[in-house]
Design a protein. Structure first.
Length: 442
């Protein structure tokens, strides 16, 4: 009974203005992701692009895995005109959000059947702009509130992020069907759907303009030392942030980096082929959109909120372990669905379980990464961690189309479930050696 009372009291934290702002910015971060490789794979498959090419096309999203290369810009470079009016974080946020909107519109008016290479170019631009937005939203989230609010901010960010992913996937599919005249592939339906998604970026842009610029250690140092000198960039911005991390965690830094690199391996490799799987199994855009919109949204909200509450009650590492188990298990549900065929009841079960487990796992993972960051290197260190999180999964995911062609969907999903085992082992090792990070409930 006390657990329920404490949980209800804990929900009040989600209605603070800072938490609501992070929710909207999380939405702004999550929207482009599905448009650059998620729902885009559905569009490409309907346009008769091969599964192998769809798999290779997913490498566009590797921009998210290399964002640490330009993340020091967000910490140390002032954007002309915008910096004086908005400050460091908000000026970078605004610039990246405007570029995201422009790139989505460019993709909206491109035909992948005749200009697949041009579509890839616009997708790359979108991925880089979206990754830049992620860098600054993560930094804004960590800097805008004290540590006691970080778990709630992580949950709010994830809720907004996952809701945007649902809208960008289910909403785009539904709109593409609505704007089409029949069940056959129609380019105009997809183009209008993508244009509509560009408009959905406006709430995040307005939040950036209306939010208060956070005060950071970095800004205080900048006031003392003047303009940042390019000659000190690598030493101060890149090398110093990595050295700081290694000095704080010593040899255990290797375990942490290994866990970060493989925690999402299972669900990302599987996810690249999910929409192609739906098309090949005969599900319509309306069916996928309707089920994702209803059950996907509900389970995303439940998973994200539950993840934040469980972290406060039991600590990060325990919930991180639970999330890894759930993510791998849902891949086995996809394997079962591949043998059943076109079945809306099973599809509802699979999508619901997948979103619930993703909500719990990602809440724990975001909170874990945030706990590793030194506020003196907020954008750079978090970008390194979140980039490493995607590098191996995205690279391996590029071969997912070939894997499906060689193994079939059933064995492919089983293999992706097994990819979750290394993360479980690494979490157990971290729990055993107990590195000096704040992974226990307060």
């Amino acid at each position: 009974m006390s657990f329920i009372v404490n949980s209800l009291r804990g929900l009040q934290i989600y209605f603070q203005s800072r938490v609501l702002s992070i929710f909207i910015l999380g939405f702004s971060s999550g929207l482009p992701l599905m448009l650059v490789f998620g729902v885009l794979s559905f569009w490409l498959r309907e346009a008769n692009v091969s599964r192998a090419d769809i798999g290779y096309f997913s490498w566009v999203a590797l921009a998210y895995a290399f964002k640490w290369l330009w993340s020091p810009l967000a910490d140390h470079v002032q954007l002309p005109f915008l910096h004086q009016r908005l400050g460091r974080r908000r000026s970078w946020l605004l610039a990246s959000q405007v570029t995201v909107i422009a790139a989505i519109l460019a993709m909206a008016f491109t035909d992948p059947q005749h200009n697949l290479a041009l579509m890839a170019v616009f997708a790359i631009i979108l991925a880089f702009a979206s990754a830049t937005q992620d860098i600054n939203v993560d930094a804004f989230r960590i800097e805008t509130a004290p540590e006691k609010l970080q778990a709630a901010l992580a949950a709010a960010y994830l809720t907004g992020y996952r809701l945007a992913m649902i809208l960008a996937s289910a909403g785009t599919l539904w709109l593409a069907a609505l704007y089409s005249t029949g069940k056959e592939y129609e380019l105009l339906g997809w183009q209008l759907a993508y244009a509509t998604m560009a408009l959905c970026m406006l709430p995040g842009l307005l939040t950036t303009l209306l939010s208060k610029e956070p005060q950071t250690h970095l800004q205080q140092n900048a006031k003392q030392t003047g303009h940042f000198k390019l000659i000190n960039w690598l030493k101060t911005a890149v090398l110093a942030s990595f050295v700081d991390f290694v000095q704080r965690y010593k040899w255990q830094a290797l375990l942490i980096l290994a866990l970060i690199s493989c925690y999402r391996l299972s669900d990302i490799v599987m996810g690249i082929m999910a929409n192609a799987f739906y098309v090949d199994m005969g599900y319509s855009k309306e069916e996928i959109a309707s089920i994702s919109k209803v059950f996907g949204v509900i389970m995303t909200l439940v998973g994200a909120a539950l993840g934040g509450i469980l972290i406060n009650q039991f600590g990060i590492l325990r919930i991180l372990f639970l999330g890894a188990i759930l993510s791998a298990t849902t891949n086995l549900l996809f394997a079962t669905l591949s043998t059943i065929g076109h079945d809306l009841t099973w599809l509802t079960l699979v999508i619901s379980a997948d979103n619930l487990s993703a909500g719990i796992a990602t809440s724990a993972f975001i909170a874990y990464l945030s706990s590793l960051v030194n506020l003196a290197f907020t954008a750079t260190q978090y970008a390194i961690f979140s980039s490493l999180m995607l590098l191996l999964p995205k690279f391996a995911g590029g071969f997912s189309g070939i894997m499906v062609q060689q193994l079939g969907y059933n064995q492919f999903f089983i293999v992706t479930a097994l990819l979750g085992l290394p993360a479980l082992v690494l979490i157990l090792l971290l729990y055993k050696f107990n590195p000096k990070i704040k992974t226990t409930a307060k």
